[in-house]
Design a protein. Structure first.
Length: 181
């Protein structure tokens, strides 16, 4: 079974983080959460108190197949000051493991030049901050081991794309049926 990491911080976008996690767990994927904050106790962008499983320094990246980076205001708090997150992202990319980033989170990938010469989508208005090939009409884009998605409005498509990436069509069909998509 697939095992993934999902980033949680204060000001994380609720739908992008929590719905993505819920849908992946629903299909049987194991999802651990981690944070860049000093405490595992967090508050989402819309005021929900949540708890991360791990601080970033507690992770063993060898235990995971993929990482999910939700968007939200937290991205701008950490975009230029998280060497630890840069190491996580580079580790997954160097091992050709899946990196899935939604909304503003593709900015993390841009800082590491991972989106250079690749197709991508990002939250409207941030495309000028990324060096790559912005696909204006797309909701979700997969290029190699990178999935990017536009915003909270495409969370289902984002999760479906993760399942497609792993050719997990049985789970994809079952999920769509179960949630009456």
């Amino acid at each position: 079974m697939r095992k993934g990491l999902l980033l949680l911080n204060n000001q994380i976008e609720d739908i992008e983080a929590l719905a993505t996690r819920a849908l992946l767990v629903r299909v049987g994927y194991e999802i651990d959460t981690f944070t860049l904050e000093q405490s595992k106790s967090l508050k989402t962008a819309y005021g929900l108190d949540i708890q991360a499983d791990f601080l970033i320094k507690e992770l063993n990246l060898n235990n995971y197949d993929f990482v999910v980076l939700p968007g939200g205001k937290h991205v701008f708090n950490f975009i230029n000051n998280s060497v630890e997150l840069d190491k996580v992202i580079n580790s997954f990319n160097n091992e050709n493991k899946l990196i899935a980033a939604i909304c503003a989170a593709p900015l993390f990938l841009n800082n590491l030049e991972i989106l250079k010469n690749r197709d991508y989508v990002v939250f409207h208005g941030l495309e000028d901050q990324i060096n790559g090939n912005f696909l204006e009409e797309a909701k979700v884009v997969t290029t190699d081991n990178i999935i990017t998605a536009r915003s909270a409005g495409v969370v289902y498509d984002f999760v479906f794309e993760i399942l497609k990436y792993y050719n997990d069509f049985t789970r994809l069909t079952s999920l769509k049926h179960d949630i009456i998509y």
